[in-house]
Structure formats: C-alpha cells, structure tokens
Design a binder for this molecule. Structure first.
Ligand code: ADP
Length: 496
C-alpha cells in the first residue's frame, strides 16, 4: 500500500505532545511491513537543527487562500533510522515562528489560515510529485481539511480518484474551532457551513469537518473510541461519533522501545533488565533520592509523576492525597512537570514544607523523566480522560507499577491487581474508576500495602509489565489491517 501521512508535528522535527511521537514512529514501523509511507509536515522553526539532512526539491507551491495566492516550497528529508520520506511544507510567514500553535500571547490568530495552507499544500503535492497514495492518513484538527477538500473539491479530479482517507483523533478536546468567517480562507462553499458538516456550536470546526468527510475515523485506544461516543467525553462531537460508530475504531499507541529501554538507556545511572530489575531499580532509586535531596531509605515507597500540570491529569485527586500523606506517612513523592500556574504554586508550597519527602522539578527534562520512570516504585496517573497515555507504558517497561484511573488507554493497558488477575498472572498495576481523591487514596493504599507485605506478588506485577511487548509492531499491524479495510471498502463503493 501507498500511504500518505499528514501531521502538524512529527518527531524529531517538531513536538508538543504524543501526536508527534505517533507520527514519527508509526511510519518507520510500516516500512518493514512492506508499505510505502510518505510523511508531510510543516517546516516549523527548529526543524532544520535536528541533525537530519534536509534538501530543497525545487518544487514551488501556489496555494489559494481566500482570494490570494500564497507561495511556498517543498523540502525533502527522511525519518532517522529509516528510508521513510518526509516532505516539509515550507512557508516562513506561517511556520517560522517561536511556537507551533501559539506563543506567550496565546494561540496564533491565523491558525485556520496556516493549516488551510498546509492541507491544500499536501493535496497539491500529490499532483506535483506525481505520487498517488492509496490512502491519506490525517491526524487531529490541523489536517481536518484534507479529507474535506478531497471530497468536496478534488472528488471529480481523476488524479485523486479512489484515494481513501482516515483521520486519527489524538485528543478530542482540541478541535480547531474558529470564527465562522474563516470559512472564506478555506475556499470551501458556504453550503457546507451547517451542523451536518463544518459548523459546531456557531463556529467553524476543522476536526468535525475531518470526521464528517473521512472514510474512517480512529483514535489511540479502544476504550477512548467508546468513551467519545458519550456525552461525558464527547466534547460536543459525541452525536456525530455515535452516528459514525461503525467507521470508528481504536488502536493503542506503541512506545519507542529504542529510547525507552532500561537495558540500554543512557540517561540512567544504572541499566537493568527484567532479570536484574531488583538490584537495578534499587540503585536507580537511591540515585533519584539523592538527586532530589530526599532522605535515603530503600524501603520508603517512592511515587513518581511526570506530565503536564493540567486538570486532565487528575491533579484535583493527587493534591489532597499528597497533602494528607506528606503530613502523616513514610511515603516519598517526586513530581516533574509544567503547566497551570495554580498547580505550580501549590506544589512549590508543599515542596517547601516537606523538602526531604517531596522532590519537585517544575520544568521539562527528558533525562529526569527517564530517571523517574526507572527509580520510582510506583507511577501515578489518575487522569480524568486519557486518549492513550504513554507514561504508564514507559513505567511498566521500567518495572515501575502504575496506579491509574480506568479510562481510555489507561484502562486498556493497566490490569488491576485483583485476586483473579494476580492468580492468572495478568495483573500489572492498580486501577480505580471513581474520579475522587478517596478512590485514588484507597487504591494507592492497596499498592503500598502490597509493596510492604507481598514482595513476591509485587515482583510478579513488575515482571508482567516488563515482559510485555510495548513496541509499535503490534499497533502498526493493526493500522495495516485498518488501511486495507478502508481502501477495499472505498473502492467497492466507487465501483457500485
Ligand atoms: P500527553 O500527551 O497528554 O501530555 P502522554 O503520557 O501521552 O501525555 O505523553 C506525555 C509525554 O511527554 C511523555 O513522553 C512524558 O514523559 C513527556 N513529558 C511530559 N511532561 C514532561 C516533563 N516535564 N519533562 C519531561 N518529559 C515530559
């Protein structure tokens, strides 16, 4: 199959979140499975400094934006460690900026225009490169106009005949919602500006548009695919997603097992495997306690948290439990994260009160993220919603026991240590359902209790997590099956 994957961010060229990890890793895994994948992404500032050679193609783009023509160019490179071609869509006014979607003043005001340009550039490149894919894989709202334009504008052009489309939702909360007048920028007829197509709650909605016009939709875990069809997690698009449920599926993300492998991880002071995990983790834990100036005691349970300081991640559950436990229990905490100012303030104050029990870094540090995953005994992630989540998988690969809320990808990866799951050796962590501090506290208490009194079962959970294959291979196979199904269906529909 020939697959064109379009994404507003792709590792190593640009990244703000998991979207970039997926779009950098999935194409590399599809190659060896016998498929040709070409990736398109904007040339955001900094993409030229990633140590990958980028060459001009000499291809010029002339893209209609409202009643103007905006010029751009295509540059060519590849994903490191593979022969996957990447085309960077160059347009300095739009993409040579300090942030991908905004700066310290908030979101860029012309985001609709910027990503209209990108989507049109991708479709025009098919003609200019004379490379016709079987399927275009769009990702999130930034590429929602690709399936849209493919249907409403390019549909009659023989060059684009039979190209199927898939859109992946990485986080439904981000929808690319714009003032309705922005529709003019896209060049799409006003007849599509209604609740059935591109309008949502009085705004132009680019994700909705992509969901309406794509041949199929998927998201990054099976449970999230179900949850978003309901009002609680549907972010206003649940009705549409429910209607399209037969075209909607979920495929779990994998992790980059080259970067996240405790046996070879150069960020760690000590490397270890499933066979040497007890000693390896003990050493990493002591090192972590030292680095964060916590009192050194290998029997004191150490709870790690890495991630955005955002309400989504369940801080309204974590903070009350931390406050109570720091005052009363022999349990240590380490938090690495940045985000909402209010959480920064509360965490700083707790850190000042309990400096030898609570380590804090309100910054971004990849090295420390690796060290926390390796040195902590438990990793806490009580998310309100979680499309997939990577940290719980990193934790398990590093022999750290996840304590999570059963939602989205967390529900699909963490098996709670119930007596039955311990008995049949599937348990790999702890989980709960109620979004309350009490539910988190009782689940963490269960974990701490097992840590102190059932070392044998604890080690069984560690081994179950470490020995599972978290790599992209299984997920990439599921994407191949999905692509194949969509292509077959589109062609049959076309012939009918
Ligand atoms: P989300 O995409 O919702 O932020 P995920 O768990 O899917 O959550 O992915 C978050 C990624 O970002 C992980 O790779 C995590 O280690 C990393 N990360 C988040 N915050 C930090 C930080 N402060 N320092 C280092 N890495 C971080």
């Amino acid at each position: 199959m020939k697959i064109l994957l379009a994404s507003s961010e792709v590792v190593p060229f640009s990244k703000t979140g998991g979207l970039a990890d997926v779009c950098g890793a999935l194409p590399v895994t599809l190659g060896p499975l016998g498929h040709e994948v070409i990736v398109f992404t904007p040339s955001h500032r900094g993409c030229y400094d990633k140590g990958v050679v980028i060459e001009p193609t000499g291809i010029n783009l002339q893209i209609p934006i409202a009643d103007r023509i905006v010029a751009g160019t295509l540059a060519k490179t590849h994903l490191p460690g593979s022969n996957v071609t990447v085309y960077l869509v160059e347009q300095a006014d739009y993409f040579d900026r300090p942030g991908l979607y905004g700066d310290q003043n908030g979101e860029f005001k012309d985001n609709c225009e910027r990503f209209t340009f990108f989507c049109r550039a991708v479709l025009e490149s098919i003609r200019l490169l004379e490379w016709k894919p079987d399927l275009i894989h769009a990702n999130d709202w930034q590429t929602g106009l690709i399936p849209t334009l493919l249907k409403v504008e390019y549909g009659d052009n023989p060059l684009y005949e039979n190209i199927s489309s898939l859109i992946t939702i990485h986080n439904l909360a981000y929808q690319g919602s714009f003032w309705y007048e922005d529709l003019e920028l896209t060049g799409i007829d006003w007849k599509y500006y209604n609740w059935q197509y591109m309008e949502s709650y009085g705004n132009l909605n680019l994700l909705k548009s992509g969901l309406v016009f794509s041949d199929a939709i998927n998201t990054v875990s099976p449970t999230y695919a179900t949850e978003i069809q309901g009002i609680e997690q549907g972010c206003g698009l649940d009705g549409l997603l429910l209607e399209r449920r037969n075209d909607l599926s979920g495929i779990l993300n994998g992790i980059d097992v080259v970067e996240w492998n405790p046996e070879t991880d150069s960020h760690l002071p000590f490397n270890f495997s499933a066979d040497t995990v007890i000693e390896g983790k003990r050493n990493c834990k002591t090192d972590l306690q030292r680095q964060f100036k916590l009192y050194e005691n290998e029997r004191t349970p150490l709870i790690g948290i890495v991630g955005r300081l955002a309400a989504q991640k369940g801080w309204s559950l974590i903070l009350p439990v931390m406050r109570k436990w720091l005052a009363s229990l022999d349990v240590q905490w380490i938090v690495l994260g940045t985000g909402d100012a209010e959480y920064h303030r509360v965490l700083e104050s707790l850190h000042r009160s309990y400096p030898d029990k609570f380590g804090l870094n309100l910054g971004f540090s990849n090295q420390q993220a690796h060290r926390i995953e390796a040195g902590a005994d438990m990793f806490v992630m009580p998310s309100q919603y979680e499309p997939c989540g990577l940290n719980q998988m990193y934790s398990m690969a590093y022999g750290t026991i996840p304590v999570v809320r059963q939602t989205g990808g967390l529900a699909d990866t963490v098996v709670d240590a119930t007596p039955a799951a311990i008995e049949n050796r599937t348990a790999n962590g702890f989980s709960f359902t109620d979004f309350t501090p009490a539910a988190l506290e009782s689940t963490l208490s269960r974990a701490i209790d097992m840590y102190h009194t059932r070392g044998d079962v604890w080690q069984q959970l560690v081994q179950t997590g470490m020995r599972r294959d978290w790599s992209w291979t299984a997920s990439a196979r599921q994407y191949v099956d999905l692509y194949q199904r969509i292509i077959t269906r589109t062609r049959q529909a076309h012939q009918a």
